[in-house]
Structure formats: structure tokens, C-alpha cells
Ligand binder design. Sequence first.
Ligand SMILES: [Zn+2]
Length: 383
Amino acid sequence: MAPSLTGWSVKPREENRFSDPRARYSGLMLDPAADLAGLFQAVVDIESVSGNEAALADAVEQALRPYRHLEVSRQGNVVVARTDLGRPQRVVIAGHLDTVPLAGNLPSRREVRAGEPVLTGRGSVDMKGGVAVQIALAAALDQPRHDLCWLFYDNEEVAADKNGLGRLAAADPAQLAADFAILMEPTAGLVEGGCQGSLRVVLETAGRSAHAARSWLGRNAIHGLGPALAVLSSYSGREIDVDGLPYREGLNAVRVAGGLAGNVIPDKASLEVNYRFAPDKTLAEAEAYVRSLFPGYALRVVDAAPPARPGLGSPLAADFLAAVGQPARPKYGWTDVARFAALGVPAVNFGPGDPNLAHTDDEFAPLSQVTACRDALADWLAP
Ligand SMILES: [Zn+2]
């Protein structure tokens, strides 16, 4: 089916609100059966910076509760809507409700850029286009080919221990049990397999403080970082093929600290290093590799997120990839596909919006991509 452009006309946003006057005034109701452009815009306009997802979670829950083919449950600001049609296989389709903080970029605006209708505003790329598609399809697909679990969760953009999907995986892993998972993170409508892992370590050096006028009496801890910085500046990232996808790696200083005053030889310094690695390694292997690069340094791991292999070999993933009809790409960055991979569920990223625009102040998504993602999923899941 060719992408339908129905509803993607460009009008001032007031004219694009739902006809239900309550929606106009509260701004907090979502109609899954509304045209997708209006639904997308309404989702974007319910502000949901991490920690403030309740209004959007309420709206999603209220929008899906009336549909008899869905069993809707709510845990905190996680909303789960499941079908139970006795199908032999189950697919989880997940998206996070939260965004990074606003930058004067709400409410959203419809514009035409490079001849194409787009929606601007915080979350328009990451990842409310995907959330709008989830809401629309959860309601519309009452006889899907596979049983479905639609998952909407909070706190993806902040520390991992707050992540709603992680909390659900710990508290009720049966909800995530599936044969395949699709995470609707922005991929510009392509299938992105797996994800990189991320390791952050802090290197610490110790010296001896002294008056800067008599520096020979001390030992400068900042200078002690020199060899580590030399390793970093001469590092060139590998490109590694994993299951047919090329993953690039990066090793970078991301923070440096040290120094007490302008006339004191510092006795402490630290350097934070972030390693983004391909999914051919485990976290433990990544840590061993980083330690091997900085012999002699006291090194502390401060954050570790495991990678996920692309998982494109699973039958449902291959079938989905064929349905989308585009070659898969590797995922640069860490996403929650790793949580599914850790549970043994093959998972891919697939959603509207250019991932390079995620978290930028001027994020915007072409409306045609949102429609195309909906149509691709609807076709694949048709009975
Ligand atoms: Zn995201």
C-alpha cells in the first residue's frame, strides 16, 4: 500500500484540533480514530518532559480503554495494551512517552520545509510520531496477524534506573515476553538493528599539592592525565561488521576536572571517558578493552549499558524487514532494544523522524514519514 497522505494538509494549528470542544480546551484528550496528523500534533502538544509524563500517560490510557480487543493496564506512567487472540506469536511494539527538556519549542507548529509538510516541536522526532502511530494502530488493529503488546513508558531520556521499561522488565517480565519487538524510536522509517553499547569510566590521578611558585615540591595531577589524553587523541574507531551491519565505535573524553586555585599545583584530577562499542562485545569485554588502553590508571566504571546484536536473523524480524522493503542499518546510540535483547527477544528500531535531529531545539518530522510508518506496520500486521 502506498503511503496515504490523508489528513496532512497544512493549516494553522487551531483549525487542526479535534472537533470535540473538550479537546480544544483541555488539550489533554487523544482520539485514536482522528486523522493521524491531528493525533500526532496532539501527542506532541501534551508536554511530557521526563518525570512529567502523567498527563500523556493518562491520555493514552483513556484513549485505549474503550477498545474491547485491548486489555489495558497501568503501572505508574507505564501503559500496556495487549491483545489476547490466541495467535501463535506475539510482537511487542514499544515507545517512550517522555522527551528531553523544552527549548521554547512547544506548542508544535505545522510548516512546509523543502516543499514537505512537517511538524516541529519538542518530541516531534524523539519520539512522539512513533507514539501517535502506536495509539492509532492499537485502536485500529482489532484482528492483527500476531498477538500484540503495545507498550508506552516513561523516563527513557534520564538515568537508566528510572526507565519505565526497565522497571516493568524487573517487576513483570511476562509483559515483555514476545517473539519479536519493535521500538518506535526515530529511524527515518528504516529498520535499524541492535544498538551500540556504552561504557563510561572515570580515570583518576593523584599528585602532591604545592605552591605554584615552588612547583618542584609538588606533583601535578593534571599533567598525569597527559598519557591518557594522548591515547584518546590517537584513537581511531573501528568499524565492525556484526550480522551484516557495519557498526562504528568511538572512544572520547567527555568531561575533565581538576585544579584548586590559580597558584596551587593540583593534587587531584579526573577524566571521564565514554566508549561506544559494537555489539560484538559484551560489557565485560568492553570494560577489559578500556582498562587495557589505560594501564597504570585508577579507573572506575560509572555507567554501563549493554549492546544488542541486530537480531535480524529471527523469522519475524526477517519477515518484517522484507515487508518494510528497505535494507537495515546499524543503530548508532543506545536504545531500549538492549533490554529486549537481554530478555532473549529479538528487537529492532523502526519509527518516523530523522535520528540526527533528535534532541535538537529545532526538531521536526515530515508528516509523510509518520504515515508511511503507520502504513508499513498496518500492512505487516494485517490478518
Ligand atoms: Zn527516544
